[in-house]
Design a protein around this ligand. Structure first.
Ligand code: MG
Length: 383
């Protein structure tokens, strides 16, 4: 490489590094602080980093945190599934890596019970096309054993739309028919949120999102009670957890690669991401502040001061406030005596103070602010 070009690249890298690292390093005292319904500040570096999940090796592959319900083996079927009908005379078959519905064997249910989830299921309708409407390649994926996402060979087979493949059965037809031909594999990616009721009042309708072969066919569709056959469903409380059920509708539908991942809790059920109730916000803010104070106790000087000041925007704790003021005074005096090489540190603290004033955590006329202003002017740091 030409040496000028090399030099230029180096400069670009340094500039990029400065540009990217400065806002990050100074990210506290940066975005709007927590409020009555949001425990976190905007761009809050105290917020936990998202946990690492290794994605599946191929599209549709189980990510590292998935619970695998069927991996193609007989062992996996035996280990993870049980039968709804204990008097059945037949059983589902595992053949060539697929789990096959056998007429008369009845519905199977996962031993694992869960609720809100991302679910992946692949299925294939019989190559030999038989039957019409609801009688062709019918099975079903029952979320929590309650709500059916229909499995049906609708490749070239009209039926009532709220019973179509990918419908929330009896509630909502899919937006599109993106099925492959019978005999080919179809993928269902489902994101499910159960309805939440309290004292008979619906707090959250619950919802289902479905992608068939990568095409969105349900987009956060409200559950309206959960659906069902013939009757209009009414709002009902779902249990806390339930099994996944696969339907025996008398057709030899094949399944493979079944896994799910649990989703984070909604604020309504104790989750602490997003918009919370004022009580939950206050509690979470106090928890965050305590954690920052604990970290501050391991630090000294300017680092400790900044950490204590930071904790104040989550919770205005009187003892912390007094400690920060004392430490702040020490810091200002120290810099006032020996200002050489301290401009960066001082302006950093000054920015934090300005932030706390702007957001009414410190009063505008606080003596510390007046003292800081004087140091800045004496040293010409405001120019
Ligand atoms: Mg069905």
């Amino acid at each position: 490489m030409n040496s000028n070009l090399k030099h230029l690249r180096q400069i670009v890298r340094i500039v990029l590094f400065l540009f990217l690292s400065v806002p990050f390093a100074a990210a506290q005292f940066y975005g709007d602080p927590p409020d009555d319904t949001h425990p976190w500040a905007i761009h809050d570096n105290n917020r936990p980093q998202p946990p690492r999940v290794e994605p599946g090796k191929a599209p549709g592959g189980a990510p590292s945190d998935a619970v695998i319900l069927f991996d193609g083996s007989s062992e996996s079927f035996k280990k993870n599934w049980t039968h709804e009908n204990s008097k059945r005379k037949k059983d589902w078959k595992v053949q060539d890596g697929a789990l096959i519905s056998v007429g008369g064997a009845g519905t199977i249910k996962s031993k694992a019970e869960f609720a809100d989830c991302q679910l992946h299921v692949e299925w294939s309708a019989p190559v030999k096309v038989a039957g019409n409407s609801q009688g062709r390649g019918n099975s079903g994926v029952f979320l929590m054993g309650q709500t059916e996402v229909q499995v049906l060979d609708n490749y070239d087979n009209p039926t009532y739309p709220d019973g179509f493949a990918g419908s929330i059965y009896g509630v909502m037809p899919p937006m599109a028919n993106s099925l492959n031909a019978p005999g080919k594999w179809q993928s269902y990616d489902i994101i499910f949120r159960r309805p939440i009721l309290k004292d008979g009042k619906v707090l959250d309708d619950g919802s289902v999102t479905v992608l068939i072969n990568g095409v969105v066919v349900q987009d956060s569709t409200p559950l309206e009670g959960g659906g069902g056959h013939r009757g209009r469903s009414r709002a009902k409380a779902f249990p806390l957890n339930g099994p996944l059920k696969l339907q025996d509708h008398g057709n030899p539908v094949r399944f493979r690669n079944i896994w799910y991942r649990q989703l984070r809790s909604r604020p309504i059920e104790g989750g602490t991401d997003g918009k919370l109730s004022p009580d939950a916000t206050k509690k979470k803010r106090a928890e965050i502040a305590a954690k920052i104070r604990k970290d501050a106790a391991t630090k000294k000087g300017k680092e400790k001061l900044l950490r204590l000041m930071e904790s104040l925007y989550y919770e205005n704790n009187a003892a912390t406030y007094a400690e920060a003021v004392e430490l702040g005074e020490q810091f200002v005096n120290e810099v006032e005596e020996k200002p050489d090489g301290r401009k960066g540190d001082f302006m950093q603290v000054n920015n934090a103070v300005k932030y706390l004033v702007k957001h009414k955590i410190l009063p505008t006329d606080h003596p510390g602010i007046v003292a800081m202003k004087a140091v800045i002017e004496e040293n010409g740091w405001n120019k």
